[in-house]
Design a protein around this ligand. Sequence first.
Ligand code: C2O
Ligand code: CU
Ligand code: CU
Length: 511
Amino acid sequence: MMLRRPLEKFVDPLPMIETMRPQKKTDKVTYYEMRMVEVLQHLHRDLPPTPVWGFEGRVPGPTIDVGKDERVGVKWMNHLPDRHLLPVDQSIHEVAQHPEVRTVTHLHGGATPWESDGYPEAWFTSGYTQTGPFFKRKIYQYPNHQRATTLWYHDHAMGITRLNNYAGLAGMYIIRDEHEKSLNLPEGDYEIPLIVQDRSFHEDGSLYYPRQPDSPSEDLPDPSIQPFFCGDTILVNGKVWPYLRVEPRKYRFRLLNASNTRDYEFSLDSGQVFYQIGTDGGLLPRPVEMEKITLFPAERADVIIDFSEFQGEDVVMKNGAGCGGDVDPATDGNIMKLKVGYDLAQRDDSDIPDVLSKVPYPAKTNVQKKRNLLLVGSEDVYDRPLLLLNNEKWDDPITETPRLGNTEMWTFINTTDFPHPMHVHLVEFQILARRPFDLDQLNKTGKLRFTGPTEAPAKNERGLKDTVVVPSGYAVRIIAKFAPYAGYYVWHCHILEHEDYDMMRPFKVWT
Ligand code: C2O
Ligand code: CU
Ligand code: CU
């Protein structure tokens, strides 16, 4: 039975995610071992423990926290049972011919050599007994030659990414550098990751994920993939609607939307603003004052909130974005509560500097290639929605082949009825512009006619990004330099139900 009565809000404290300890650390390499295991975890005071899949037995997994240029090795190890926790659709991606439980971890936002990037077909089963055709190595290598930022690691296995992530296989990965340290941002106990996810539950506490769409036709496969899925309950760091006691001072929060489909519009009911200092690819040029921040799946926002004027007050972090309907002020309209105390443990000497960083944007003088990439809706043999990129499926031959070191402009053209957060592996890109076009005309005649001027990216998008929202009826242009590694990578929609079927394409960087 699905749990219908809403769980009580703000009764559990926010879990502090542990930082992963390396197995060993020399001056050459820092080495971690990360085991994926099934465990029971308490997600809410009134909910029986939930079977989940967690890295090192925790959901979200422990945070990997490293320095820029620190050479890191991670052995990702699968110790999961061979039956999935959730209903697996056997009709897509020849899933029926593969072992049911297979995993591969991707470092999202990382500039990673391709053999370590978590290519969807580089999956492996428990004990590496079986491996996918692209499997190359057990220990992944992360050179971390990139600026300080908030990345995250998550499962990327072909055809079941939505299920592996929903089961819990995700965590944060932080890169730090000297420049960021010099800024005197809030740190230590005052720098807190907030990983936001939505889930639904059964009465017995187990995760609910639908087997089939709401009104399935008779001949639909069982189970059958959802075109999208939103849980009715919001979790932060693995607890349902938690609360956090804070001191009346500045805090730095690293917000990550690690949900399958749901986007959030964050705000504070006290009327406070977020000082956004960073985005997917690190610090912004300057802090941006935001009353509301929208994050689609996989996007990050690095923010400072100043509670110094709110002693003794309760501040609720709200969500203004519905999921296929309006938000419910009693349930998914809420994220967490911040209870501001009266006392400071120590003086707040941290800063919100006026100038944060010089963003290393790709040079626009030397664009070797422009690509128009269509986001398209179609149907499969069961009349189910089948979403495609450029009308190609995952298995079709590779069409995007940037040369190593070249700069390209990619324009995502969304011909469907809903927004898609598009993500490109290997690179951090710059958003150049969004522009509306006549959707009807494009879908009828194939002609792209713009209906308005180009719109500059929002102020808080003017850093480097790896995921960009492409609204319905919009063309969104990005620019990226395809470096520093050659090999096989992927680009895809980060709504995981879309990525699995079939809004993901390989690309190859060649030398
Ligand atoms: Cu966050 Cu291809 O993934
Ligand atoms: Cu990625
Ligand atoms: Cu999508």
